[in-house]
Design a protein around this ligand. Structure first.
Ligand code: KG4
Ligand code: ZN
Length: 370
């Protein structure tokens, strides 16, 4: 007798033989909050069955940043193909899904709406529950992905293989956000602090522009800084003692001043040394304050996520200095993707949450309100 056969017993169905393993929960996730059109299929919140990302970075590069109206229009052109591709690669049909998850905010309003409308259409058509996910929550759940041993990629995976332990202190560093968060358990966020001006990624992007290095600035600065002297320029650090806040605008201005001073004398190799000094100034503050918060709140682990968590110096410095396990997603999950939205959506799904289909985008949705 097969292990999953049913037989009528009195007036109820009784399972005969060894109980069948609970079927895996499959979620199709969609992300269009900024300049990446992305769709993914995630199993049980940790296994990536597919993860398709179409980046518009090249298109926006000539403007030196994301052009919102163009981003929205490009999402409209790309979204259908990306969703189809995610389903094909995962080898699932809509009928094989348990739920849909989509980024509801924060992000560019016109861009968010494209993903949301696509998700609503699919949810209605396939009669699937839909979960509106906070983009920052997605970044926070990215280290939970790929925990399944068969699929765990080695490339770029930072330190701990096990699940992050609570309480944890999380540093979210992206193009739009720099937030220090305390998580005492799943789906609960206490905001300790954040940037008062530029986000960390924004500072990288602006300084890269100052140094004529191109867009997106993070990877360009990292490249330019390789092998250069991070102590060549004494750049300021805003410690903002007594708070968990950050500030990067003074640093940016200092880089501008150095650029002007040095350009007049045109010292050889200054761009590389300045890029390295800037990168070190940002990383030093991010790591020092995160570790202080982890100590203060007796965190059992540290989590770093968001586009800037792809930065090698940040990853290495955090892991070298931290006395507790550090969880940083592999490189391909650091920048925007839909897999992380599926991971967060799964947590909400198993928590019994469903978002009624008349929901709207929340372009300024704070994580603590999610
Ligand atoms: O998370 P993300 O893809 O989009 C937002 O939600 O903002 O982050 C993009 C940001 C950009 O500012 C980019 O310059 C930065 O992440 N970034 C990096 C690196 N790779 C991407 N910053 C520093 N070092 C990197 N290697
Ligand atoms: Zn992001």
């Amino acid at each position: 007798m097969s292990s999953h056969e049913f037989r009528l017993h009195r007036d109820s169905w009784e399972l005969v033989g060894t109980p069948r393993k609970m079927a895996a929960i499959k979620i199709l996730a969609i992300e269009t909050s900024c300049d990446e059109t992305a769709a993914a299929v995630i199993e049980d919140g940790t296994r990536i069955l597919s993860n398709v990302v179409a980046s518009q970075a090249e298109m926006h590069a000539k403007y030196g940043g994301v052009f919102p109206e163009m981003a929205a229009r490009q999402h409209i052109i790309t979204i259908h193909t990306i969703i189809q591709e995610a389903l094909t690669q995962a080898d699932v049909a809509l009928g094989g899904l348990d739920a849909l998850a989509v980024t509801r905010g924060p992000g560019l309003p016109g861009a968010l709406v494209v993903g949301i409308n696509a998700a609503k259409g699919l949810a209605l058509g396939a009669r699937l529950p839909l979960i509106g996910v906070n983009h920052l929550e997605g970044h926070l759940y990215s280290p939970w992905l790929n925990l399944h041993p068969e699929r765990r990629p080695t490339e770029g995976r930072a330190q701990s293989k096990d699940e992050p332990q609570f309480p944890l202190v999380a540093l979210i560093v992206s193009g739009g956000h720099t937030e220090l968060i305390l998580m005492r358990t799943h789906l609960q966020y206490e905001r300790l602090g954040g940037t008062l001006d530029d986000a960390a990624g924004e500072a990288f992007d602006k300084v890269a522009r100052l140094l004529d290095l191109g867009y997106p600035g993070g990877p360009k600065i990292q490249q330019a800084a390789e092998g250069a002297d991070p102590a060549a320029f004494a750049l300021p650090r805003a410690w903002l003692v007594g708070t968990w806040d950050f500030s990067f605008s003074g640093l940016k201005t200092a880089v501008l001043r150095e650029t002007q001073a040095v350009r007049q004398g045109s010292r050889h190799g200054f761009v590389h040394d300045l890029a390295a000094s800037f990168q070190w100034a940002v990383v030093d503050v991010l790591v020092t304050k995160t570790l202080k918060a982890a100590e203060k709140f007796e965190a059992k682990s540290i989590l770093v996520a968001g586009g800037v968590s792809a930065n090698k110096l940040l990853r290495e410095t955090m892991m070298a200095r931290a006395p507790i396990p550090v969880h940083i997603p592999p490189f391909f999950l650091c920048t925007d993707n839909a897999a992380m939205i599926g991971a967060a959506g799964y947590r909400r799904f198993i928590n019994g949450e469903r978002t009624p289909l008349d929901f709207d985008a929340r372009p300024n949705w704070p994580l603590e309100a999610a």
